[in-house]
Design a protein around this ligand. Structure first.
Ligand SMILES: [Zn+2]
Length: 240
């Protein structure tokens, strides 16, 4: 596995100005990528932060694109030719070692951000609702960030212990996301998995039946298998 990192960027939370480190990537590949039935792709050789982060200081969510690089970043980006000769590790930020790395919000943090009407426009709302859905499904993935092999047993669903509001908000998000999907093949696959997870298997199979036979056949076969298994939480295809 070759992953070449460039130096972390030192960014400011746009809401409270707290400093955090944002990993950046010079090059990677999708070898060993895992494609999950909800559309999330996890590529251990292409590890990038999700577009939304949760601030370690104020606990609120922000889009990473909205976070400015701090003017006092002591470690500005290097030219590529200097990075090529040190691909083995990230260069530490000596004066900012204590600044934590940005973290993706947990599902509850995402849902609270959604409840505050945080998105601007339909496109951003769709992006956020997909991220919220994926984050909730992470509870079924052996290793959401792709550092463990797929044959590790999935984490059991702990919904029985979850607060009722969480389950309600999760399902409301899935229904709202469906309303934002279009008729493309990719969106129909996503709608299928949403319907299946909402216990509407017949509707899910009906959407699959609208796809041409040569459209993502391996993925369609995976979704059909999941629809036939009422115990299934989530499925995956691994590229080796
Ligand atoms: Zn903050």
């Amino acid at each position: 596995m070759y992953v070449w990192h460039s130096p972390d960027e030192l960014i400011s939370c746009p809401l409270c100005d707290a400093a955090a480190r944002k990993p950046t990537l010079l090059s990677g590949n999708d070898f060993d990528a895992v494609f999950w039935s909800d559309g999330r792709r996890v590529a251990p050789s292409l590890p990038l932060p999700t577009p939304v982060a949760s601030c370690h200081a104020c606990n609120r969510c922000f889009w990473l694109d909205d976070a400015a690089v701090r003017p006092d970043d002591p470690d500005p980006p290097l030219p590529w030719w200097r990075l090529v000769f040190r691909p083995d590790r990230r260069r530490p930020l000596t004066e900012w070692d204590d600044a934590p790395e940005v973290q993706e919000p947990d599902e509850a943090g995402y849902l609270q951000a959604l409840a505050r009407g945080w998105t601007v426009g339909e496109e951003q709302e769709r992006s956020l609702r997909v991220l919220v859905w994926w984050r909730g499904n992470d509870r079924f993935r052996p290793d959401p960030y792709g550092h463990a092999p797929l044959d590790v047993p999935a984490i059991p669903d702990s919904d029985a212990d979850a607060a009722p509001w969480l389950d309600d908000a999760r399902r409301a998000n899935m229904v709202a996301l469906m309303a934002l999907l279009d008729q493309s093949a990719e969106d129909r696959l996503m709608r299928t998995e949403l319907l299946r997870q909402l216990d509407r298997q017949d509707g899910a199979i009906g959407v699959l039946d609208t796809l041409e036979a040569d459209t993502y056949p391996e993925f369609v076969a995976l979704l059909r298998r999941l629809c036939a298994d009422t115990e299934a939480t989530i499925g995956a295809i691994a590229r080796r």
